[in-house]
Design a protein around this ligand. Structure first.
Ligand code: RBV
Length: 427
């Protein structure tokens, strides 16, 4: 299917936007050895020839490197964003310049435009879907079920999306196989921990131009993302407070040396609040009234539901933009509460945000790439539902990365292998 260039038509200076986007993609790709190695194989073997890959991801430079690897493997690719604020228009334009890539992603779209772009991707009749948050899969099932027969499978990038898909699967409402990319070690132990930690803190620091040192930083949620945010904030000399709803995670945070308390108690202490729970209503009306003047609120979860901004807006006497990406809500007692990036995931949606570092996305997108290939080659082996990524695929990516980093491994001796496989050895 051929289409007009959707993104390019909306930009004032398409040529210069494409050139800027190209530079960003090339830089990112330089720092993505797994993707680079896979792309070389893909170019030679053309595993995706004849396939159409529909994608909804954060459209920026590292994602573009994945998209180009899919195209180099022989696929036609149609892509849009998975968040209204995370698209880099120059990168979107650079992608759209390819003959076999169409990008519908645009920064700053409203809800209607967002879903129009999702539908435009689905109009390409994808045989594989690649999601971050699940919007393509859900739209297929809700609005375009006729596509299900020809879709070999899908992949899901993030915790929130996998959670939604598992709920769908439990209700027997998921009609094609989807790989839980998020759940693989090569993704979750790196992207969620280091990626979210580094990029959230960097984005908050750049957006506010304020220091972490000596601050009381409240991290809501001690899952993989929360652990990363807490650890990195601690490393920047902040005093970290963790809030949790799960007994074992609260205990884990306590034993890691963080202060653990309820949000009701943390609300009046925190200088900066970062939500990472994936759940709704984590910071709500009763918390705003306890907060200190100047408190900074940011969300690092996939959706903008963790901070109740409607309640804050209702409580506020006035609101204004005090810096690019910072909205100040002034309460009637004069307290000012600063919300970053409209409560959307701060590491991608603030004006200065760049998403996770390239080295980290190399791993996540390496998993995406091998999963798409696996679905095309062996999709029939997988029933409808959520699937773990085959461990062997994940392990191979780790080996490529270690090689690129110049890190050497020990090899077990025959005696060691035999010892580990046996159960007869005792004292
Ligand atoms: N994420 N993507 C980027 N392309 O720069 N940064 C983070 C990027 C993904 C990450 O894998 C996470 O699971 C998801 O965004 C949340 O939407």
């Amino acid at each position: 299917m051929t289409t007009a260039s959707p993104i390019s038509g909306r930009l004032d200076n398409v040529e210069s936007a494409r050139a800027e986007g190209r530079k960003k993609i090339d830089w990112a790709f330089e720092h993505m050895p797994i993707l680079s190695s896979l792309r070389e194989d893909f170019e030679a073997e053309q595993p995706l020839a004849g396939e159409t890959v529909g994608m909804a991801l954060h459209v920026e430079a590292k994602t573009a490197a994945l998209v180009e690897a899919m195209a180099a493997a022989g696929a036609e690719v149609a892509i849009t964003g998975c968040n209204p604020l995370s698209t880099h228009d120059d990168v979107s334009a650079a992608l759209d310049a390819h003959d076999n890539i169409t990008s519908y992603a645009e920064h700053g779209v409203d809800d209607e435009e967002y879903y129009e772009a999702i539908d435009a991707v689905l109009a390409h009749e994808p045989t594989v879907t690649v999601d971050d948050g699940g919007d393509l899969v859900f739209r297929v099932h809700e609005e375009h079920p006729e596509l299900i027969d020809t879709i070999v499978g899908g992949t899901e990038e993030t915790t929130t999306g996998v959670h939604r898909l598992r709920s769908m699967d439990d209700d027997e409402a998921l009609d094609y196989p989807v790989f839980a990319v998020n759940d693989t070690p090569m993704k979750r132990l790196f992207d969620n921990v280091h990626g979210t930690g580094e990029s959230s803190l960097a984005s908050i620091a750049m957006t506010t131009n304020l220091s972490w040192a000596g601050k009381d930083v409240v991290v809501a949620g001690f899952g993989y993302c929360g652990k990363g945010v807490a650890r990195k904030a601690s490393g920047q000399n902040a005093n970290v407070i963790v809030t949790e709803i799960d007994e074992r995670r609260a205990l884990e945070a306590h034993m890691e040396g963080y202060d653990v308390m309820s949000m009701d108690d943390a609300a009046e202490i925190g200088d900066v609040f970062i939500t990472t729970t994936g759940n709704r209503d984590v910071i709500v009306d009763r918390h705003f009234e306890q907060m200190q003047d100047g408190a900074v609120l940011a969300n690092a979860g996939h959706f903008d539901i963790e901070i109740d901004l409607d309640a804050l807006s209702e409580r506020a006497d006035s609101e204004r933009e005090v810096r690019d990406g910072v909205r100040e809500y002034r309460l009637d007692d004069g307290t000012r509460i600063n919300v970053l990036a409209e409560g959307r995931l701060v590491n991608l949606a603030a004006p200065v945000s760049l998403g996770h570092p390239a080295e980290v996305m190399d791993q996540s997108f390496g998993v995406q790439a091998v999963c798409v290939k696996e679905l095309v080659e062996n999709g029939d082996d997988y029933d409808a539902g959520v699937h773990d990524v085959p461990d062997e695929l994940d392990r191979q990516l780790a080996a490529i990365k270690l090689d690129a980093e110049g890190v050497e491994l020990d090899e077990p001796t025959d005696e060691q292998t035999e010892y580990m496989d046996s159960w007869q050895h005792g004292t």
